[in-house]
Design a protein around this ligand. Structure first.
Ligand SMILES: Cc1cc2nc3c(=O)[nH]c(=O)nc-3n(C[C@H](O)[C@H](O)[C@H](O)COP(=O)(O)OP(=O)(O)OC[C@H]3O[C@@H](n4cnc5c(N)ncnc54)[C@H](O)[C@@H]3O)c2cc1C
Length: 371
C-alpha cells in the first residue's frame, strides 16, 4: 500500500507515525521545513483526557489556569485535564526525525498544488490531507469557503520579558466591550518559561472580519499595556484562523482530511493540537483498514468530540448572551473554593453544569498512540 500525507503539523506527523507501524510506503510532504512558520500559543490542552505526555519539546505541565474577568480567578484545570506548554518546533522536529527513522520518506520544501494532488489521487492508494485550513483538498474540490463560514481569528506576538507573575500557569483574559457576534473573544498569556511567552488575542468571525468592528492588533496592544508588559521585547508576530466546527464531509474519494483541514479546532478557544494528533492517528488507522475503515472515520471523530463540543457550544452561548458582570460572576462561581458557591452557580447554569458533567464523566477510548 502507498500513502501520501500532506503537512508536518501535529496532524500529519501523528498520521505518519501511526501509519509507519504498518507495512505501507509513506511519503510525507511539507512545503516549508519541519517546525518552520508556526504561529501558536503552544499549549496542548488534552480536552478528551486521552493523550500521552509529549516527549522532546515539552517545556512544563500546566496545573492551573488564571481566568481574568473583573476579578482574577485561579482554576486547577490540570487536575481534570492535562495541559502542557511546548516548544512546538522542537516537538515537531523530533516527531519528524522519529518518523524518518521508522521509514517514512520526508519531502521538505515540497508544496503540493491542487494539480499535484489530482495526480496523487491516481498514484497513491490513500492520501491524508493535514495541510491546515483552508486545506489543499478544498482548493482542488472547491469548498475553501466552508472554512470561513464561522471561525476564530487570532493575532499573536512572542514576547521576551518578565513573566514570573504568571509562569508556570497560563492566563486567559476575558475582554470587555466586545460585540456579542465577536464572542468568544479573549486574550492569552502563555509563558514558555519565566522570560518568554506567547501573547495573543482571538475573536469569532462569521464571514468577513471588519476592522472597524474589532481591531485585534489594537486590542492586543491595549492588553499588553494593561498587563504591564510594554517593556517586553517583541520577537515574532503572526496571525491565523481556527475553524469553529468539524466540516460536514471529511472524505473525498481516497483523500481523508485530518486536523485543522477537517475543521477540528475548538469553537470555544481555537485550540486544536490534541484533535490534530487524534485525527491523524484515526485517519492512519482508517486507511490501514481499507474502505470499511475509511467509511467509519468521520463517525469515529464525531463520537470522540460529542460531549466536548456540547459543553463548548453552551459556553460560547454564555459568552454571547451574558454581560461582562454576569460572565465575571459565572467565572467566580465556577472557580470558587466554597462548594455552596459552586453549587449555586451550577443551579443557575444547569445547561453548563450538565454538559460539564457529561464531558468529565464520559471516558473515551485511548487510541494506540504511535509515540
Ligand atoms: C494564533 C494561534 C494560536 C494557537 N494556539 C494554540 C494552542 O495554544 N493550543 C492548541 O492546541 N492549538 C492552538 N492553535 C491551533 C493549532 O495551531 C492547530 O489546531 C494545529 O496546529 C493543527 O495542526 P494541523 O497539523 O492540523 O495543521 P498545521 O499545524 O497548520 O500544519 C499544517 C502543515 O501543512 C503544511 N502545508 C500547508 N499547505 C501545504 C501544501 N500545499 N503542501 C505541503 N505542505 C503544506 C504547513 O506548512 C504546515 O506545516 C492556535 C492557532 C492559532 C492561529
Amino acid at each position: 500500500m502507498k500513502a501520501a500525507i500532506i503537512g508536518t503539523g501535529p496532524g500529519g506527523l501523528y498520521a505518519a507515525l501511526a501509519a509507519s507501524k504498518h507495512n505501507i510506503q509513506i511519503d510525507l510532504f511539507e512545503k516549508r521545513s519541519v517546525g518552520e512558520g508556526i504561529v501558536c500559543g503552544e499549549c496542548i490542552f488534552d480536552s478528551l483526557n486521552i493523550m500521552k505526555k509529549p516527549g522532546r519539546g515539552l517545556m512544563h505541565p500546566v496545573d492551573e489556569i488564571v481566568l481574568q474577568g473583573r476579578g482574577c480567578y485561579t482554576f486547577p484545570l490540570g487536575r481534570h485535564r492535562k495541559l502542557w506548554m511546548l516548544d512546538r518546533r522542537t516537538w515537531q522536529q523530533d516527531l519528524a526525525a522519529c518518523a524518518v527513522n521508522r521509514g517514512v520518506n520526508l519531502h521538505e520544501h515540497t508544496k503540493i498544488t491542487p494539480a499535484h494532488l489530482q495526480q496523487m489521487t491516481k498514484e497513491y492508494d490513500w492520501i491524508i490531507d493535514a495541510s491546515g485550513a483552508p486545506s489543499i483538498t478544498s482548493r482542488l474540490k472547491g469548498f475553501s469557503n466552508d472554512y470561513f463560514k464561522n471561525y476564530l481569528l487570532a493575532y499573536q506576538v512572542v514576547l521576551a520579558g518578565d513573566f514570573r507573575a504568571v509562569w508556570p500557569h497560563i492566563k486567559i483574559i476575558f475582554l470587555q466591550d466586545i460585540p456579542a457576534d465577536c464572542q468568544p473573544a479573549y486574550a492569552w498569556i502563555f509563558p514558555k518559561d519565566a522570560n518568554l511567552a506567547n501573547v495573543g488575542v482571538v475573536c469569532s468571525v462569521q464571514g468577513t472580519m471588519k476592522k472597524d468592528k474589532l481591531d485585534l492588533k489594537k486590542v492586543l496592544a491595549r492588553m499588553i499595556r494593561t498587563e504591564g508588559l510594554n517593556h517586553a521585547q517583541e520577537l515574532e508576530r503572526g496571525s491565523g484562523m481556527a475553524v469553529a466546527g468539524m466540516l460536514s464531509r471529511l472524505v473525498y474519494g481516497n483523500i481523508l482530511l485530518a486536523g485543522d483541514a477537517a475543521g477540528l479546532t475548538s469553537p470555544l478557544h481555537g485550540g486544536g493540537i490534541d484533535m490534530a494528533c487524534l485525527s491523524g492517528v484515526l485517519a492512519a488507522d482508517a486507511v490501514v483498514n481499507g474502505v470499511s475503515g475509511v467509511a467509519e472515520y468521520h463517525e469515529k471523530l464525531r463520537r470522540y468530540t460529542k460531549e466536548k463540543l456540547a459543553l463548548e457550544k453552551v459556553t460560547v452561548q454564555k459568552m454571547k448572551t451574558l454581560n461582562f458582570d454576569e460572565f465575571d460572576k459565572l467565572l467566580g462561581g465556577i472557580t470558587s473554593r466554597r462548594w455552596y458557591v459552586r453549587g449555586r452557580t451550577a443551579l443557575q447554569h444547569l445547561d453548563m453544569f450538565y454538559t460539564t458533567l457529561k464531558w468529565f464523566g464520559t471516558r473515551k477510548h485511548r487510541p494506540d498512540w504511535p509515540v
